[in-house]
Unconditional design. Structure first.
Length: 358
């Protein structure tokens, strides 16, 4: 029986990099991993190879644990560095706070202590707003900091930023977690090795993204400091994130590292965002796109902008994207590994038309 496609493969939007399909090179890797038997639950050749590759990129002490999704990776990561009475300081816009249905708090009982970060980035001063009260039995103990790379607002932590946060956190006995759902986009934008803004910058445990960069439902927890993050083998099973046929998860992650596929794909997505923003900035500069403005830097593959709500709605009827803050007319446009120059140019034409300038 042949299953026919139920969608238009030429349709693309700018709502999320999760909309994109699986990269053809990843499909090839899955095919290569198929056939015959391999020992289940991670005792396979592909997971063994992945462990070596992760150590090559993140340091000789790094340990990798493939999981199914980003929420699972974040929950496991945070649980591994916190006692039951622990709390984690995070930006109020952090995915763990806004988009995970309370999973970190409900599944493992940890407390989130959030602070407002206008550009999505934590600083020492912002962390200090919640990093206090150690020894006070009436307060959840702030024992971890979680940062997102790139942030939920599309901004970027540079190695020095991460290092300063880690030094502050470690000085208070706090662990550092990085939600790297778009870590590949950050690496492509920074142009430095992974370990320079993770391991060497003091990050203790990392949620390594894959789905947003062309994988089929695979992420990973990478323990960078095994002295701070413990129990991952048990926690992964406890939180229902242990794959039986793990070779197929590991093979996909290997594909991103092989031939720099992950960096190439992320760099392309970043470049498409740059192309989109540049085209729209030209219209703002020459006055042909009235009512359009940008609210954040475009460091990788996310663009945040404001425009009249009615205009946004008309554009959305033709090209899908999400409101970010409806009250202030803020929208988010995301590019993906498979976004084309033609996709970008067509979207710009729609924006120009609906702003009355086409």
């Amino acid at each position: 029986m042949t299953i026919s496609a139920l969608h238009d493969p030429d349709w693309r939007g700018f709502a999320s990099d999760n909309y994109a399909g699986v990269h053809p090179e990843v499909i090839t890797a899955l095919t290569a991993a198929n056939g015959g038997h391999q020992v289940a639950y991670g005792e396979d050749a592909y997971t063994a190879r992945l462990r070596d590759v992760i150590r090559d990129h993140f340091g000789e002490r790094a340990e990798v644990f493939p999981v199914f999704n980003g929420t699972g990776a974040n929950v496991i990561s945070l649980t591994s560095v916190l006692p039951r009475w622990g709390a984690v300081v995070a930006a109020s816009t952090a995915h763990i706070n806004t988009d995970e249905a309370g999973a970190p708090e409900r599944v493992t009982g940890i407390k989130l202590l959030t602070v407002a970060a206008p550009d999505g980035k934590l600083t020492g001063e912002l962390i200090a707003q919640q990093a206090w009260g150690w020894g006070n039995e009436h307060r959840a103990q702030p024992l971890a900091v979680s940062i997102t790379q790139t942030t939920e607002l599309g901004t970027l932590y540079r190695p020095a930023d991460v290092r300063a946060i880690s030094e502050l956190a470690h000085g208070h006995g706090m662990a550092v977690h990085m939600d790297g759902a778009r870590l590949w986009n950050a690496a492509a934008a920074l142009g430095v090795p992974f370990r320079e803004f993770t391991t060497d910058a003091g990050v203790d445990v990392l949620s390594l993204g894959g789905t947003k960069n062309g994988l089929l439902g695979v992420e990973a927890v990478v323990v960078l400091d095994p002295d701070r993050a413990t129990g991952l083998g048990y926690l992964r099973k406890l939180t229902m994130q242990l794959a039986s046929k793990m070779r197929f998860a590991s093979a996909q992650l290997l594909a991103l590292f092989d031939g720099d596929l992950g960096l190439r794909s992320a760099a392309h997505a970043n470049a498409m965002a740059t192309r989109l923003r540049s085209a729209l900035e030209d219209g703002i500069a020459d006055g042909t796109l009235p009512g359009l403005a940008f609210t954040q830097d475009t460091a990788a593959n996310a663009i945040f902008a404001t425009l009249p709500a009615a205009v946004a709605d008309r554009i959305r009827e033709q090209v899908r994207f999400y409101d970010w803050d409806r009250a202030r007319g803020e929208v988010r446009w995301m590019t993906s590994w498979d976004t084309t120059e033609a996709d970008v140019d067509a979207f710009v034409a729609v924006v120009r038309k609906e702003l009355g300038c086409g």
